[in-house]
Design a protein around this ligand. Sequence first.
Ligand code: MLC
Ligand code: AMP
Length: 548
Amino acid sequence: MILAGIRPVAGVDGTVPAVNDPRHWSAHLPDGAPGGFDLPRPGTLVGAWTAALSVESDRHLLWGPVDGGPHRWVSRGEFLDRTGRLAGRLAGAGLMAGERVLLSGPSTVDLAVAHVACLRLGLVVVPTNGSYRDAELAHVISDCAPRAALVDHDGWADLLSGLDPDLLVTSVIDPFPDGLVDGLSDGLPAGLMDGSRPDDPAIIGYTSGTTGRPKGAVLTQVNLLAGAQSVLVAWRWTEADRLVLCLPLFHMHGLGVGLHGTLLAGASAVLQPGFAPDGVLDALDEHDATMFFGVPTMYHRLAEHDRVDRLGGLRLCVAGSAPLAADLHGRLADRAGVSVLERYGMTETVMLVSNPFDGDRRPGAVGIPLPGVDVRLADGSEGEGGPAGPVGEILVRGPNVFAGYWDRPDATAEAFVDDPDGGVPWFRTGDLGAVDNDGYLSIVGRAKELIISGGFNVYPREVDDALGLHPAVAEVAVAGVASPEWGEEVVAWIVVADGYDCPEADELRAFAREHLASYKLPRRVVAVDALPRNALGKVTRHELRLPD
Ligand code: MLC
Ligand code: AMP
């Protein structure tokens, strides 16, 4: 069977290289780069960071709240010093390489320091969304059994201690202050620091992947290094760059790209603990920023702002985590004179595919595989799929692809397919893609049950289960409905229980808020007599429709 692979850009001799030929990355390489460009460079994320940050130690690195106080710049030298000292405290608290640490807080310098300190000691960071409720946190804790939690949210210390009395719970701002843990020491014995090997786990990112309850994707040092290196090359990210970063630091976009890339490039970033268009536009001016990364919902809000033209002064604006609508791409081009560069990634893979820095940034397409990444469509890809060719599940492999799901060999095995030529297996993304004649990939649908709202993933079954607990709900199914602001909005279709009226959306939101993070709550409710089902009785969500 012919593989419907990413058709690479033609080689210099006019031939189309095989899918694994590095020449298919050539569209991302600066002019003159050798055809056989090699990724990743050997080493670890922490090794590469310390090398990048150990020179010119006075250079600005991160701007943001420090020690829970006002915003200021932290230099490369201060950052290395702070992360080293905190690693010493973590070791003093008895934490050892390989143990998991749950980390959660607003995007501050303190959170960045805590994250990097954990990684320098070889701990495995579990970045966690601060809007999670008890049940969502309980699942993470029981699944990966962290030894410690560094958290900065009201009420979380008690909540976490209640979930696991053995968990060492401390603050992100001043973790393990003197006296909290016996044997505490500042400073780390030589040899314990930055000693991770490339294949050591570094992060566990929770995601539902294609099916089921959230699973912990284990990313190694080298996965994260490769994931950041490829975009450094493709986006020409250098130490001269300054990024305004208001994405949360608990997902790949903000963490694996925004923060990790900044540290690796030895560049600088202005951290903002939340997104507000005014705050972003002010920061671009105040700090002479060169780059902004955001999800499409952020660009939607920025596009309405009377100072949106400020984006046009940046060297690079990147969008991802959800589809950037072609008309929003066009509005930003018209109003701000900016050609936003859209790229595609996942928790399990860091970044995969990107529009080129030089060349056509095509609205509606995610671009060409990044350096080091192989992409193809699954066997049996069908149909013409419009101008973009046959449609099939997107399969990927490369040094950026995760090691497997934590303690879930079954789920890991299901997530990969063998290579027809006996090579490295391919990871199944659960996304449906099509490739056009010059090798650009478009995402045209999903094989997995997933709603993406404002860049956050919502797993319909989890929401069904929470809403189903309401007494007025006899049966329920949620699905995503197109929304200009959120990309998709969560809508609940409900069969109302006998003797009840259909609850309003506000009432259902208030009810389910106890169980679910607020971005998962339905924004609309539709009463129906019955849910659509297939012959096996399974709800067919794609048949759920809004009333006319
Ligand atoms: C917030 N709310 C959302 C929401 N974000 N509801 C649905 N979807 C969302 N994404 C809720 C709030 O809880 C609140 O509810 C209400 O909406 C109003 O909030 P808001 O003030 O308008 O929202 P705001 O805080 O401005 O958040 C919007 C946002 C945020 C776009 C800034 O959602 C965000 O930071 N998104 C980025 C997600 C991200 O980083 N994704 C990367 C995944 S990595 P209430 O009821 O409490 O009032 C990945 C891989 C890759 O996918 O390729 O990058
Ligand atoms: P997550 O598991 O949170 O990392 O989300 C990964 C998913 O986000 C992918 O599998 C895609 O479905 C989606 N995604 C990321 N980037 C894009 C993009 N540029 N266009 C469309 N979908 C995207």
